[in-house]
Write a protein that binds this ligand. Structure first.
Ligand code: CTP
Ligand code: CA
Length: 223
């Protein structure tokens, strides 16, 4: 199909992309979250669709619009995101960009937690969330190409390599999310592409440009 004249090397390929943060409820009005905007994941979903892929985007709560030509599924919690992803396997390619909350409140309250005069603040007991990338990377319906991100504030390459191994991914896109980089929540990104073969350092680019480069790389591996 050459509807807009552009080549569609990923035509017929099914892709799942996760994006954004997750919100883990403390009670009906409060949650645990992080600074992810969803910009990078949404841009990747759009870039893959532009190359002709059949893209499903599973997005946590974000304020940016759904990308064009992409089926977008909205979820709140990590457990919902996992279910949304696993129920859509098999696919050809999975790109897990979401900044999934690592922990959730062990038992969130059914009613708003009230201050108790004279009592200490309530403690939050946390439990670990499922690892969506790791589950997909080791799944019996594992996609041919599994790509993850690594958000680090130190030892970016070393930590990225460890994640490549641990999560059963083919590629890890590692970035430094220290506050001074402005990457988390910002519009620019500077990444290292880590595979079993080695590391490729990309220059600082707009998140849209990182997305286009990554889509081209995916297409070269699978197109
Ligand atoms: N990820 C996931 N599910 C989780 C945690 C992370 O799918 N519960 C995915 C992210 O989408 C990303 C990759 O795993 O593609 C790495 O996420 P990151 O937060 O950098 O790594 P963690 O394994 O959570 O380790 P840590 O936060 O302790 O560095
Ligand atoms: Ca994490």
């Amino acid at each position: 199909q050459l509807l807009d004249g552009a080549p569609k090397p990923l035509a017929g390929k099914k892709v799942i992309v996760t994006s954004g943060p997750t919100h883990e409820p403390i009670d009906p009005v409060r949650y645990i979250a992080n600074r992810s905007s969803g910009r990078q994941g949404h841009a990747i979903a759009a870039a893959l669709a532009k190359l002709g892929a059949d893209v499903t985007l599973v997005s946590g709560p974000v304020t940016i619009p759904d990308p064009m030509a992409v089926e977008t599924v909205h979820v709140e919690r990590a457990e919902e995101m996992l279910e949304a992803v696993i129920s859509r396997l098999p696919v050809d390619i999975a790109v897990m960009v979401a900044a999934v909350a690592d922990w959730r409140v062990a038992s969130s309250a059914g009613q708003k937690i009230k201050k108790q005069p004279g009592e200490a603040p309530p403690p939050l007991l946390l439990t670990e969330n499922p690892d969506i990338l790791k589950t997909v990377g080791h799944h019996e319906k594992r996609p041919k190409l599994v790509i993850g991100f690594a958000a680090e504030t130190q030892d970016v390459e070393k930590n990225g390599r460890a994640k490549l191994e641990r999560k059963g991914a083919d590629l890890i896109v590692a970035n430094d999310v220290s506050p001074e980089t402005g990457i988390m929540g910002g519009t620019r990104n500077r990444v290292k592409i880590i595979s079993a073969k080695g590391v490729d350092e990309w220059p600082e680019l707009d998140k849209d440009e990182v997305a286009e480069r990554l889509a081209a790389l995916i297409s070269s591996k699978l197109g």
